[in-house]
Ligand binder design. Sequence first.
Ligand SMILES: Cc1ncc(COP(=O)(O)O)c(C=O)c1O
Length: 413
Amino acid sequence: MKVLEALREGEFTRSWALDGLEFYNCTASAIEGEDCNDAVHLLYPDKVEEAAHEFLAGFRGASLYAVKANPHPAILKLLWRAGVRHFDVASLREVELVSDLLPGAQLYFMHPVKSRQAIRFAYARGVRAFAYDSMDELNKIAEETGGASDISLFLRLQVGSKDAAYALGGKFGATLMEAPLLLGRARRMAQKIGVCFHVGSQCMRPSAYREALGKVSAMLQGCGVSLDIIDVGGGFPIPYPGMEPPAMQAYFDEIHAALDDEGFADLETLCEPGRALVAKAGAVAVRVEMRRGKDLYLNDGTYGALFDAGVPSWQFPMALHTGDGRKPALRQTGFRFFGPTCDSCDKMEGPFFLPDDVEEGDWIVVQHLGAYGFTMQTQFNGFYSETMVVIEPEATQVHGLFSVPRIEAVAED
Ligand SMILES: Cc1ncc(COP(=O)(O)O)c(C=O)c1O
């Protein structure tokens, strides 16, 4: 009830959003203050607000936050505070989480293969938008909503994802050949119909969205069904070392121009950013438990927040907090990382460039992990961290930390 009242009265204060979290004025004092056995998740609230404003001002339709990227309540509330009102949810638990926390939020259940319980639960909670990619799923939605006609149905289409650093095309999506029949059935069931797609995560080329929209347009020729909504999905990138995408505005401009060129100017438009809204808002500090030559054994790994460093083998901006307060060496070495679990897959090849003298007890701050970091943790072997702390905006200038400039060459012994 307190939340409802706050929502009604517009009291979306920072302290409401960050309720229950510890505050620190710099990353180094957070690491020392927490004195934590596990990794420490760091939250930079101003970065959430910055990214939200970029989408709300730059994208011409509604921006649905893809909750899977980071479902932490503080992230959801910061986005709400910044003006995000639409959320892409993928599971019963995500529906429950967001509808409990933000009762005024508009939820879109965009997973194309849902359980019957999840559909029933979502409809009862007021969710009126559902994705599908097969006749079986349409039947399920019809049965579990009691034949509701007050819904929007989104056909998930398969489009290529060759321009994305993390492809998402291999699992879901109807083919363009299957689409007309599925759209026709949805038209008879729903108040509004749309299509959605995902060009792949961390999509490095804005024209990928134009190509996908071109395929939708070609499919609709002679299909005999008109659309109400186009949802261009997620995939909006952020810069990581070695991956410098064009500015976000170039993505918005390309999408808007393609919508106009393909005759979709009058349709309701949606997008579903996850990574781009929250990646820069988080970091994870991990401790070095042992050094063996150029191998560092850490207290977090691929079963934890460092999945993206190991499985797709990405690089991240990093900084070092030395455990003994020494000034780290200028010379750098490319290290391989190992996570803490017993599984030999828990390995990150890198090479990750850090000061040559990294040693046990030092903390490595892995930045841009606000997306697909905290959320990827398992509890395998008992290694995970629930510690999330807030770093005040002025502290993001990494005081007391030694940021690691990127160099190309490995300093060999
Ligand atoms: C249906 C759907 N929408 C949105 C997203 C968010 O994608 P991104 O984080 O690349 O923006 C995903 C990611 O898997 C997704 O599956």
